[in-house]
Ligand binder design. Structure first.
Ligand SMILES: [Zn+2]
Length: 354
């Protein structure tokens, strides 16, 4: 926080924003969930994918006043603008995008895109991280321990994750679907209503499969099935895609292209410039923890740091050639695999990543 304050005082944050605007760059933000106090209390989602409703309202107010919010599908870099262009995206298709985010965004005229998994639409508690979190909370695990376990499981195969979930359930005959009514996904009816209100929709695969961990035939089917389902429900082309967990590779990028998508977003930090590959666009993750200040209120300074500063830094690195081929990593900051002790208690070679 002191570092960010210093950056702010010496004009670093303002400069980052100015340089991005000058280059015609677009900053794409990743959000997942917008929760009111009750939902925040009861949800099993990790803090990294949650922003409080009151913080989101302030964030939207700030973006509308100080930036030029644009739709992902309609935007393109290279156009110099007086205000920094920003794209808002939501991953997974949580119901709170309809109940909390939509009314706020509408009241401020903010456009946004939601990436959904058609095979999971209308489901309750469909993702394994929320299920693992719910079960570990029953064992009074600390938030840090829960986060460690989930990060560990992200690097494992679906089979290993299932086995671990089953082992947690067996402890006391619990069921995996310890669903919270607060962890629900959008229904098609809600998706249609949102579309009618101007929200754009893209694919996040059919069942939230991480493309770098599955064979080509399964990936191809996940990519085409989800595209077709969205097109048939909404009656318009679906051309945008978000890589689940942000993981992409040159191979998966080709599969996305072959399925007919025109734009795809990752979780790699950076700004969308004319040098970017449209099928591997960078984004900045926004959550409660990285846009609030000491007293838990929305902080414009933290927002500028989390978005403009990081976007600019990544753009500079990219220009300097310091991150050659970064387009196809998954946020990997390490030089290679590292042996670690696993919080799940199983042997694992951990690969750092998003
Ligand atoms: Zn996702």
């Amino acid at each position: 926080m002191a570092y960010v304050y210093l950056l702010c005082c010496c004009g670093g944050l303002r400069r980052a924003r100015r340089e991005l605007s000058k280059r015609g760059a677009i900053v794409i933000l990743t959000l997942h969930r917008v929760l009111d106090d009750e939902a925040n209390e009861n949800s099993h989602s990790l803090p990294g994918i949650v922003i409080r409703e009151r913080t989101f309202r302030k964030l939207v107010e700030y973006v509308v006043e100080h930036c030029d919010p644009v739709h992902l599908g309609d935007a393109g870099p290279g156009k110099r603008s007086s205000k920094l262009r920003v794209v808002i995206t939501f991953d997974d298709g949580w119901r709170d995008n309809y109940s909390s985010a939509l009314p706020i965004a509408r009241s401020f005229g903010l456009p946004f895109t939601v990436f959904i998994c058609p095979g999971l639409v209308g489901q309750s508690n469909p993702f394994w991280p929320e299920q693992v979190s719910a079960l570990l909370k029953m064992d009074a695990a600390s938030p840090a321990k829960i986060e460690d376990v989930i990060e560990d499981l992200k690097r494992r195969s679906a089979g290993e994750r299932d086995a671990y979930l089953q082992s947690l359930c067996k402890v006391s005959n619990r069921i995996t679907n310890a669903a919270s009514e607060f962890d629900q996904l959008l229904s098609w009816q809600e998706i249609r209503e949102m579309r009618a209100a101007g929200v754009q929709f893209g694919s996040h695969t059919q069942t939230h499969q991480i493309l770098t961990t599955i064979p080509q035939n399964l990936a191809a089917s996940e990519l085409s099935q989800s595209k077709k389902a969205i097109e048939s429900e909404l009656g318009e082309p679906c051309t945008t895609f978000a890589y689940p967990n942000g993981n992409c590779s040159s191979e998966s990028r080709q599969w996305v292209a072959a399925a007919g998508y025109k734009q795809a977003v990752t979780t790699r930090k950076g700004a969308w410039t004319t040098e970017c590959d449209p099928l591997s666009l960078p984004r900045l993750n926004v959550s409660e923890g990285n846009v609030t200040g000491l007293f838990g209120q929305f902080s414009p300074m933290m927002f500028e740091y989390t978005t403009c500063w990081w976007a600019w830094r990544a753009a500079l690195n990219s220009k300097a050639g310091q991150s050659a081929n970064r387009s196809f990593d998954s946020g990997d900051e390490s030089d290679g695999p590292e042996e670690v002790s696993s919080p799940t208690g199983l042997d694992i070679v951990k690969i750092h990543g998003a």
